[in-house]
Design a protein around this ligand. Sequence first.
Ligand code: CA2
Length: 151
Amino acid sequence: MATPQTAPRRISVINGPNLNLLGVRKPEIYGRTTLADIEATLRAQAAELGYEITFMQSNHEGDLIDAIQAARTASAGIIINPAAYTHTSVALHDALEAAELPVVEVHLSNVHQREPFRHHSYVSPQATAVIAGAGAQGYELALAFLARHLG
Ligand code: CA2
């Protein structure tokens, strides 16, 4: 008899280019919270919800795709801020499609109040939910949503 499969209680949090500068540069747009602050907050929140977190940031598109592919088997869902690749990357779109997991796309800023080139997302068609403009809190909202969505 086949072993019953249980979904991993892990969520992958994937961050795109330049987000390592959060809290260090451009606080007027992105706030003063660092990516390390966001990671610590999410780990504590996840523990309360009974989840573990895999948290990564990369400035390289291929690394982000590798992280999405790893999440396919290791995680129950993905939270992704693809940063500038949101607006350019068919490869991220395809990787998320192949992952077949619930995805929450997060943007710190309200991209729709900003330059027109930020209004289109290649990622949104693959996202279960999109959160923009809530600052660092957007990640917490994404995790709360995913945990409830996953049941
Ligand atoms: O609002 C967001 O979260 C964005 O994904 C951030 C990206 C931007 O390209 C997207 O349009 C919207 C940029 C991330 C760069 O982060 C920085 C942080 C501090 C200083 C400079 C850049």
